[in-house]
Design a protein around this ligand. Structure first.
Ligand code: BG6
Length: 510
């Protein structure tokens, strides 16, 4: 196990939702499982007027997000965790002098022996990132001569290629790239990391992982929920910016990349950048029209209950054309993937919450069992990111009896079978990695920009293109019916159910 050095975690935006919902619960689990260093302090920073004890109450003692984790625990454990938490009020503005903050950090460092190592976690709107970095630098809090300094930034990282570049340039004025950790919580998921292991720790998949054997690749990210309380943010973002540019292109890069020469952060990230740069950028309106679909959920009744349409959600413009569904077909211009179509879709208000990668292999090039019913039953490798995490291979077996009828059978693996392992949640894993200085699962500047380079023309076309349509789909169905046209000639999307092994079309009726 790697050593975690003594350090202080300073969270900007500490009175916000993410701190209570994700960061503090992740820190609590790390604490409980003895992953935190001996000397460790969390300093929450924001514009709310809170004392240390108010902050502890808010994010630990009275937090609904920690209830489950702390339910049967001795209160002494919770108290010991609380003693590590402190709060500093920045006043009215994040863009202010950080002299007071610097003093607090110095004092806490002396009291708790955190060796002047600091991680600054920016859980604020991205518009504040550069100002915070500048103000930290002004009081020397980017200086690594006295302890290391790292900065973690949350998504969205930019709103477009141009704004992502500006953000990178802005941060690079004050922090070196090696100090910057861009978080993408999908990379913290075990099953996403396992894509690397499936591909590069086995000799049976990689020889087939190319255009000679793969017919097409399908990636689905579906959520059953709507935009919930985030309508204001989401309406300016949409599915392409919210999920596709980051989480889904990260998954794509792991499917597409070449074998890295080793497993260190830059070796892996170099290959991911190369993969993203090989996505064929769609330039002309016809290509964009033929290969992209945007849609929005409309009100419907699910399980007897009326569900709001997107335009009726709080914070959403009643005339909004923001997409809650995005499906994109594209190609990868390199030796391995030439002519293999990729189909990637993401959406809210689908029938179930599921994320999976499906590798569809080609049917055998010479059919021996001509009347076997084999057609359209290609071999599939299904990598389930969530839920019912696992891997499923669909392959042909002989139906017992006369002749050679072929049926598809399943070969499956479930993460739940690894019962002894306590699987870390995404934020736990990512925070611990940053604390140990491992940036493998964080996005690098060029990676983020390469992803925007692919996404920008689609966004631009959807905003300014002629005759671009936003289709409607009833909340609770698999998107607009014309989305199947994108998979022309291949039938339809594999509309998965909650359970990995259930075939599409499976449903529970009571
Ligand atoms: C976030 C998006 O990054 O990921 C949300 O902003 C989305 O809109 C969420 O709901 C999905 O994450 P997960 O881990 O639940 O699939």
């Amino acid at each position: 196990m790697k050593k975690t050095e003594n350090q202080m975690l300073i969270i900007f935006g500490a009175s916000g939702d993410l701190t209570a919902r994700k960061l503090v619960p992740a820190l609590f689990s790390l604490f409980k499982d003895n992953h935190l260093p001996e000397n460790f302090v969390v300093l929450g920073v924001s514009r709310s007027n809170l004392s240390d004890s108010d902050f502890r109450k808010k994010v630990v003692q009275e937090s609904e997000y920690l209830k489950k984790k702390t339910k049967d625990l001795d209160s002494k454990i919770i108290d010991r965790f609380c003693e590590k938490l402190f709060y500093e009020d920045l006043g009215k503005d994040y863009d202010t002098s950080y002299k007071g903050l610097q003093k607090r950090i110095t004092d806490l460092n002396v009291e708790h022996g955190t060796d002047q190592n600091c991680i600054f976690y920016l859980s604020t709107p991205p518009s504040l990132y550069e100002a915070i970095a500048k103000n930290l630098a002004e009081v020397g809090l980017n200086d690594q001569n006295t302890g290391w300094k790292r900065i973690i930034v949350e998504k969205p990282f930019g709103y477009s290629l141009e704004s992502a570049r500006q953000l990178n340039d802005g941060l690079h004025q004050y922090f070196k790239e090696s100090q910057i950790y861009r978080i993408d919580h999908y990379l913290g998921k075990e099953t996403v990391q396992n894509l690397l292991v499936t591909r590069f720790a086995n000799s049976i998949f990689e020889p087939l992982w190319n255009r000679n054997y793969i017919h097409h690749v399908e990636i689905t990210n579906a959520e059953s929920g709507g935009v919930e309380l985030r309508g204001g943010y989401y309406d300016k973002s949409g599915a392409l910016r919210d999920m596709f540019q980051n989480h889904l292109l990260q998954i794509v890069s792991l499917v597409v990349m070449e074998p890295p020469i080793g497993s260190n952060a830059d070796e892996i990230r170099n290959e991911k950048v190369k993969a993203l740069k090989s996505l064929r950028i769609m330039k002309d309106e016809k290509t964009l029209h033929d290969n992209t679909i945007k849609a929005q959920y409309i009100s419907s009744i699910i399980n007897g209950e009326k569900v709001k349409g997107y335009r009726e959600e709080e914070g959403v413009d009643p005339d909004s054309s923001t997409e809650t569904y995005a499906a994109i077909k594209f190609y990868v211009d390199n030796w391995r993937w030439a002519d293999v179509p990729f189909y990637v879709r993401t959406a809210k208000r689908m029938p179930t919450k599921v994320t999976e990668v499906v590798i569809h292999f080609k049917t055998p090039h010479h059919q021996i069992f001509k009347d076997s019913g084999l057609n359209n039953k290609d071999n599939k490798l299904i990598i389930r990111i969530q839920p019912d995490e696992g891997i499923l291979i669909k392959f042909g077996v002989k139906v017992p009896g006369q002749g050679f009828k072929v049926e598809r059978a399943n070969l499956d693996f479930y993460y739940s079978s690894l019962v002894e392992n306590n699987v870390m949640e995404a934020y736990e894993r990512l925070l611990l990695d940053a604390m140990q200085g491992d940036a493998t699962l964080y996005a690098r500047a060029d990676e983020v920009e390469a992803a925007w380079e692919f996404v920008d023309p689609i966004l631009d076309y959807w905003k300014n293109g002629k005759g671009v349509k936003t289709y409607g789909y009833s909340a609770g169905v698999w998107g607009p019916t014309n989305a199947d046209e994108l998979i022309e000639g291949l039938g339809m999307w594999r509309n998965p159910s909650e359970n990995l092994a259930d075939d599409p079309g499976f449903c529970v009726i009571c």
